[in-house]
Design a protein around this ligand. Structure first.
Ligand code: NI
Length: 199
């Protein structure tokens, strides 16, 4: 197991622990129920640029559920696994998948241009939306979703950089409210089953 994967799993465990503590006893496979406060503890407003170059905000995604994943296109293994899991789960949902918009938000706006994101997301689900933006706007959404991410130099020195990051799929409802997280260990079958009962 690579160091990156271990770190990703650690970040995931921390992220999910935080998410679960915020949600009380509501685990990823519990029946859906609204947060008691009605406040979005995870998620919130964002202003980003999609993979077609269009300025978008969170409001543009209202009316559909969202599955939100944070990563970067140069990621060797963690992101492709997470995005593939989302794709398989959505395909298995059939028609119901149309009630969901899958989003990939980059942690790496410096390299992930709309053009690069367009290339990348189309190798997964056809309705995937890739999002990038200014470093400030990306940092803001990363914080809002409580994503654990750290930029680290690649080996050998001078060969660029990578990110250690949590691998969590955030399920948000049609009003943009957090419903539940799926972990890097969730199988597509588990995710499909959980979405199927909550949609
Ligand atoms: Ni990644």
């Amino acid at each position: 197991m690579t160091r990156l994967l271990l770190l990703a799993m650690l970040g995931l465990a921390l992220g999910v622990a935080a998410a679960l503590s915020l949600q009380g006893s509501l685990g990823p496979f519990a029946p859906p129920r609204p947060l008691s406060t009605g406040t979005a503890l995870i998620g919130g407003p964002f202003r980003l640029v999609d993979h077609t170059g269009k300025q978008v905000t969170d409001q543009d995604f209202r009316g559909r559920h969202m599955l939100v994943y944070f990563g970067f296109t140069h990621c060797p293994d963690v992101c492709p696994t997470g995005l593939n899991t989302m794709t398989v789960a959505l395909n298995a949902l059939g028609q119901k998948a149309e009630r969901i918009t899958p989003l990939f938000i980059t942690l790496d706006p410096e390299r992930d241009t709309p053009e690069l994101l367009a290339q990348y997301v189309k190798s997964f689900h056809p309705r995937f939306v890739g999002l990038t933006g200014t470093p400030e706007n990306v940092a803001q959404v990363v914080k809002a979703y409580k994503v654990a991410a750290k930029k680290v130099p690649s080996e050998p020195p001078g060969s660029g950089y990578t990110f250690d990051h949590s691998s969590v799929i955030y399920w948000m409802d049609e009003n943009g409210q957090f419903v539940a997280p799926f972990t890097h260990g969730s199988t597509p079958e588990q995710i499909t089953a959980r979405l199927n009962e909550g949609l």
